[in-house]
Design a protein around this ligand. Structure first.
Ligand code: ADP
Ligand code: MG
Length: 654
């Protein structure tokens, strides 16, 4: 005698108890099944057959009694070991086929092998062979709803055989089939039995049961007859023996993470599921799309304006101070900063350069062209203090300054507008407010880098010439001062302030400002704006995350039966967890990518509207990771809920 494969001893199963009346569905079933048996369990509807099958297939646990599988007490097995049994030892065939509707015949058949960690190529080949053997070679890519009942049942038999299917548990396999398909399926089970598979056939139909080699009848949860009490030992049959399965269970079930599951495949499956509900998914993902898009755009605009500010700072110099006489008020006249003040300040050790400025818009003429330009009287410090070199000719000299020479250095736009774009400006005469000035130099183009398009419409002449010949005033309008040390601008500012007060009898009738402070203040307002946009982005991501959670909870509910099927074919809890988590991640990834594309689009629009934007890769990657993290965080709860479902309840759910 060989060891029984399955040994049930006084198995009882009761439902209800606390708030519903307690029903005892199985009332003490004792049954041994040997390797190689083809056994039918027959009984009227409601007699407890399916309940018994779920217990046999380790989908459900009995209320009491013992179940030994290959000599091992099933009650002591962990959930992963039970999953191993469902995956490697059993193959289920259900009355309602229980195929996954979103997957093709081929994919349905392959599923148990995915959970067993079979390499893809081997899996594909075996599934194709099985489907061909069952006469479905041409239907491998059809989805279940495109197949007839008989075909679907054959697909589910192929699935049961995928990992070997040593013990086929068939619950009313012909129940939903016409007689012809039913006969075919029965012939198939017969053939499998003759090949050494253990077949446990459950049916209410005595005629169907008669095909089996042993018939057990149950009624109201009790076994009332067993056709073969003394089972002949048939060790010559090439079926798998209990000892082998026992050994494999001991090794296999403890192997952790057998499902390496190519992540690409998981994502593909997730994509397919998402696509089936794409409209619903798209609506839900709006939160993530908006969140990611606003983060990316906000950072790009922030970065763009920061770069612009830095360009301005570089253009003007961050060590620059401005000094001018205070404007007149009702009580006091305007303050005046004189050239003597300028000379005195120039003596301060903290001051590196100083330049008085007098200027205004003046009509300038050359030939028939005339146009107003800003004309400034400056000194020889101009190229250095404003970081603005001459590209043709040279800047005027100290001697020109002393002599009040009528010489001019002109900006690029002045040449372009008065002389023509490629004209040689040097040596030409311009009539500036009726005084002829000779052009001695051409300034570099500055408009693009300073952010002020007008800056190239400028003419620079010696201060002396400007004050006497053009503006009729000796005192500078304002003074530009370069601090010796750009890190200590405020010290320089204090020194100038002290000196000016001393020279002006203690009166602070002047204003001292600096560029860096102004620009930094502007940058700070922009920062607080960014902060606000950041908060909007964070809220959108949160809303998006809640959307993902909501849709995942819905998915889990809608696909409870699918989860049951996966568990029946041997998925472990963590396989289910991983599947639903990858769906959540897939969704948020799509949301993230859409958000980034939207951001690039908006950025393009802003650029066209002349708003500085600078996309930075780290910002884009950061926003994308945030979206994916949202998916993981908010997808986890629904995925765990799915993983913790009870297999039988999931399978029998609507
Ligand atoms: P069969 O497959 O032989 O038709 P089942 O095993 O499906 O019978 O059911 C046997 C009995 O157990 C039925 O009376 C059914 O109502 C009851 N039953 C099955 N599942 C549950 C459950 N989850 N809760 C309460 N009663 C149940
Ligand atoms: Mg049933």
């Amino acid at each position: 005698m060989s060891t029984p494969l399955i040994e049930l001893c006084d198995i009882r199963k009761a439902y209800g108890g606390i708030d519903t009346p307690r029903v005892e569905v199985l009332r003490g079933i004792s049954l041994s099944i040997l390797p190689g048996e083809f056994i039918a369990i027959v009984g009227a509807s409601g007699s407890g057959k399916s309940t018994l099958m779920n217990i046999l297939g380790c989908l459900d646990r009995p209320t009491s009694g013992s179940y030994r599988f290959a000599g091992k007490d099933v009650a002591e097995l962990a959930s992963d070991e039970l999953a191993w049994l469902r995956r490697e030892a059993f193959g289920f065939v259900f009355q309602g086929y229980h195929l996954i509707p979103s997957a093709s015949a081929q994919e349905n058949v392959e599923m148990p092998a995915i959970y067993a960690g079979t390499p893809a190529a081997e899996r594909h080949a075996r599934a194709t062979t099985l489907l061909e053997r069952l006469g479905l070679g041409s239907r491998t890519s059809n989805r279940p709803h495109q197949l007839s009942g008989g075909q679907q049942q054959r697909v589910s038999i192929a699935r049961a055989l995928m990992n070997g299917g040593h013990i086929i548990l068939a619950d009313e396999p012909t129940g939903a089939l016409d007689s012809h398909s039913g006969t075919e399926v029965m012939a198939l089970l017969d053939e499998l039995a003759s090949q050494g598979h253990v077949i446990i056939l459950i049916t209410h139909d005595r005629e169907v049961a008669a095909r089996a080699h042993r018939v057990v009848e149950i009624r109201d949860g009790l076994m009332i007859s067993d056709s073969a009490t003394q089972q002949p030992a048939d060790d010559t049959r090439e079926g798998l023996q209990a000892g082998d399965l026992r050994q494999r269970l001991d090794q296999g079930a403890t192997l952790r993470g057998a499902w390496k599951g190519e992540p690409l495949e998981a994502l593909q499956a997730a994509w397919r599921v998402m696509w089936i509900n794409h409209f619903r998914t798209a609506l839900t993902l709006l939160g993530i799309v908006i969140g990611v898009a606003s983060v990316v755009v906000m950072l790009a605009v922030g970065e763009g304006s920061k770069r612009q500010v830095m360009a301005q700072m570089a253009a003007f110099g961050s060590n620059i101070l401005y000094l001018n006489g205070r404007h007149a008020t009702l009580r006091e006249p305007a303050g005046i900063v004189s050239l003597d003040d300028v000379d005195a300040i120039a003596e301060l050790p903290q001051v590196k350069r100083i330049m008085p400025v007098i200027g205004g818009d003046v009509m300038v003429r050359h030939g028939n062209n005339n146009q107003k330009f800003y004309v400034g009287g400056n000194n020889v410090e101009f190229p250095n203090i404003l970081n603005w070199p001459v590209v043709e000719g040279s800047f005027f000299s100290e001697a020109d300054e002393r002599a009040g020479a009528a010489v001019a250095v002109i900006g690029q736009k002045v040449r372009e507008k008065l002389l023509g774009p490629d004209a040689n400006a040097l040596g030409q005469y311009l009539l500036i407010g009726n005084v002829p000035f000779q052009v001695v130099g051409l300034l570099a183009a500055k408009g693009a880098s300073s952010g002020d398009q007008k800056s190239d419409e400028r003419i620079v002449v010696p201060y002396s010439a400007a004050s006497t010949r053009l503006f009729g005033s000796h005192d500078p309008e304002y003074v530009i001062i370069a601090s010796a040390d750009s890190a200590r601008v405020s010290e320089t500012e204090a020194a100038i302030d002290r000196l000016m007060r001393k020279r002006h009898q203690g009166k602070a009738d002047f204003e001292l400002t600096n560029d860096a402070a102004l620009i930094q203040a502007e940058a700070r307002t922009q920062n607080s704006l960014s902060l606000m946009l950041g908060a909007i982005a964070a809220i959108s991501l949160l809303v998006g995350g809640i959307g993902v959670m909501n849709i995942m909870l819905m998915t889990v509910r809608e696909r409870t039966r699918e989860i049951g099927i996966r568990m029946a074919t041997g998925a472990r809890q963590r396989d289910i967890l991983r599947q639903f988590l990858s769906e959540a991640v897939m969704m948020s990834m799509v949301g993230g990518i859409t958000g980034i594309l939207l951001a690039l689009l908006i950025g393009g629009g802003l650029l066209m509207a002349n708003i500085a934007v600078a996309f930075a890769l780290p910002a884009i990657l950061g926003a994308f990771s945030c979206a994916v993290a949202t998916g993981i965080v908010f997808g986890f709860m629904p995925a765990r809920k799915a993983a913790r479902l009870d297999p039988v309840k999931a399978l029998t759910s609507e």
